[in-house]
Design a protein around this ligand. Structure first.
Ligand code: UDP
Ligand code: MG
Length: 340
């Protein structure tokens, strides 16, 4: 245990996941049963949880030698939490997985197989998704289609953040300093040999989603505005179109006025035209604003996340308080989860 140099780093972002953490941990331990403790590490990132997540993570860290915990100073959001995990990862590859067991930990072994056969990025493709509202499914579908239409990178359909990244891919991701991060887009952008591994996405094991509509919309906007300047071009096109229409209208009214005894009347049409034009303008300002706002946050160069505390792998001298197997069984039988 003295030389801590794991082969596989598993990154598990947690935001108020007290209900799933222990089960998640025991599933992970089971998956890595055939591995030595020093061959893998479980990196939990506590993304400013306000429930018992921190307490449970301290317990897991005390009890399991392969556990590391990154405590962030507040809630920075899923993508930043994963980035914190990637920064802490010391493995030759890193796996990103949700804490809620929607991505079955068992699939990690298949990802490792693919990695060992030479792929640098193995991303999970959701073949089916249990227990998610049809609104979520439909909006997710729309999201991927829209991003792929608009942006410069192809994000594989129905892939989430559940993926394995080789050390080279991890380093490439960490070399991308942008503040608005869509990891699945970035990990597609970096290239390398990529493999899409199909799996069935399960329902959330317990607790509620930490991605309300507001966060989903933010993620979608990041996907579009961080990977594409197509909206700017659309806006230019729209401006050209409305200006063209206006020019045609002016020409028409002049012709009517000069060559016929009539003229184009209509206060209503005038007001409507003004309303339409200013509406289009405001929309375009909004699009510009998205980019300007992004430039502003990028230029501030603030850190992506702030670490309050790191719980590192214990040195060999400090034996774990409990035998891994014993506490593992305890967690599974629910002894600990009942205290909440
Ligand atoms: N998460 C996080 N910070 C946040 C929101 C979510 O670390 O601000 C974690 C959460 O604990 C979970 C993962 O990101 O492990 C995915 O979140 P969730 O399952 O709630 O999203 P959904 O699957 O519903 O899209
Ligand atoms: Mg989930």
């Amino acid at each position: 245990m003295s030389s801590h140099n794991p082969i596989i780093s598993v990154i598990i972002p947690c935001y108020n996941e007290e209900e799933v953490l222990l089960t998640c941990h025991s599933r992970m331990i089971e998956v890595f049963e055939g591995y030595d403790n020093h061959e893998y590490e479980l990196i939990y990132v506590n993304d400013g949880s306000s429930d018992r997540t921190e307490e449970l993570l301290r317990y897991l860290h005390d009890s399991y030698p392969q556990t590391r915990v990154v405590m962030l100073s507040r809630n920075f959001g899923h993508q930043a939490a994963v980035t914190a995990g990637l920064t802490a990862a010391s493995g030759q590859c890193a796996v990103i997985i949700d804490a809620d067991l929607q991505d079955p930990p068992e699939v990690i072994l298949q990802m490792i197989d693919r990695w060992q056969s030479g792929y640098e990025v193995v991303y999970g493709v959701r073949e089916s998704r249990a227990g998610e509202s049809s609104f979520k499914l439909r909006s997710a579908q729309l999201f991927y289609r829209l991003i792929n239409k608009l942006s410069d990178v192809e994000i594989p359909l129905d892939s989430g953040d559940f993926r394995l990244l080789d050390r080279r891919a991890v380093n490439a991701m960490l070399a991308m300093p942008e503040r608005h991060r869509l990891l699945r887009g970035m990990s597609s952008w970096i290239g390398f040999r990529q493999f899409g591994l199909k799996y069935a996405r399960a329902a959330r094991f317990a607790g509620t989603t930490k991605y309300p509509i507001r966060k989903m919309i933010n993620l979608a906007l990041d996907g579009i505005f961080s990977f594409s300047t197509v909206p700017l071009r659309l806006v230019t096109g729209l401006g050209g179109l409305t200006a063209g229409l206006a020019a045609a209208g002016i020409f028409y009214s002049l012709v009517v006025r000069i060559f016929t005894p009539n003229w184009v009347a209509g206060w209503t049409t005038l007001i409507l035209a003004i309303l339409l034009a200013s509406g289009v303008q405001m929309f375009c300002f909004g699009v510009l604003g998205e980019y300007v706002g992004r430039i502003y946050t990028e230029i501030k160069q603030r850190p992506l996340f702030i670490v309050r505390e790191m719980l590192e792998v214990k040195a060999a001298a400090e034996e774990p308080k409990m035998q891994p197997v014993a506490s593992h069984t305890m967690a599974r039988s629910g002894v600990l989860s009942r205290t909440g």
